[in-house]
Design a protein around this ligand. Sequence first.
Ligand SMILES: Cc1ncc(COP(=O)(O)O)c(C=O)c1O
Length: 418
Amino acid sequence: MNPLLSRLQPYPFERLRQLFAGVTPPSAPATALRPISLGIGEPRHATPALLVDALCTAAQDPAGGLASYPATIGTPALREACAGWLARRYGLTVDAATQVLPVNGSREALFALAQTVVDPTPTGHGAPVVMSPNPFYQIYEGAALLSGAEPYYVNSDPARNFAPAWDQVPAEVWRRTQLVYVCSPGNPTGAVMGLDEWARLFELSDRHGFVIASDECYSEIYFRDDAPLGGLQAAVRLGRADFRRLVALTSLSKRSNVPGLRSGFVAGDAAILKAFALYRTYHGCAMSPVVQTASVAAWNDEAHVEDNRAQYRAKFAAVTPLLARAMDVRLPDAGFYLWAGVPAAFQRSGSAWSADELFARELYAQYNVTVLPGSYLARHAQGANPGAGRVRMALVAETAECVEAAHRIVAFIESFPA
Ligand SMILES: Cc1ncc(COP(=O)(O)O)c(C=O)c1O
């Protein structure tokens, strides 16, 4: 067996299952609290009809459907649709032939990218490092570990809209860093990186030679007037139109409510994408021609995305003020999570659980609502777990269900003994 597999950590939902073990929520008819999950961040709005239609038509096409092996680099039509979307959304000019590559959702691409760019050979400075924000999407850590690198977690700072504290990373760690994951809009924080933060990261990348992987899969669900700045867009604004050492990853899963389609793309530095395409050829992860055709239809349509965004905006506008009566929570920049602070009453000395665990467990036990303890999404680093004392709530269910969850959470907090 590959010994690196033993370094993988239990996934947060496995830890949640253990936290809830033995708890019976009040779901009996007498108490009539049907389960509501704000746990998993899986889009639940309806699949757009144009995508289903495109899939069905493509599946029946004897020339382009299921009858042939797809190329790893995708069809020119798909790469051009992705480049066209980048042009409309960010005003970018990218070469569809060399700067865009389709992937089967951003998750597999985030993972595979580390296997492509990391050189696991230790140098005189020590083991290679893959860096990520803390809290973070758990795939970054698994990708780092299986690439043979050492993960390094940069705590996000609530006082600066959860920006990771890049300036506190020791020079010795930067020297060993080969890959930095960033997530903007962030999961779980919902924070969007600004141009200053990008400028700082580019400067560090120029100095230390690391690749930046910018995970942007929540970019189309936002609550401010301006759409979130993209990494490639920031690069162009800062005079780096060649996207050196920068790759952005995006996906249809959240934008178009199709997590089951498995479709996204990466764009950026042509030299990295060339190596990535080579890696992917051997890995065998070409996208189905049927999915490629449906993806072209999705990237070319913005109406369903606007409708989706409007649904999230209405939902967050209804739920956030309700919860804010009882806990430290505010509207994020973007994404579909609330990253809420747990009230002080849940901090119990001598308890087997941290405040966020106690909150999640008791909420489930008493009100049959599932939320994810923030500490499960972060690691203890630089003396603290920056997820501790927070919970992540995914507002993916329909508005009425999320509002009901919010009422239950407020009742729960108000009835919790101080
Ligand atoms: C931050 C982040 N990145 C990437 C993904 C993967 O999404 P997909 O593989 O569906 O594109 C997710 C999914 O939840 C996510 O939260």
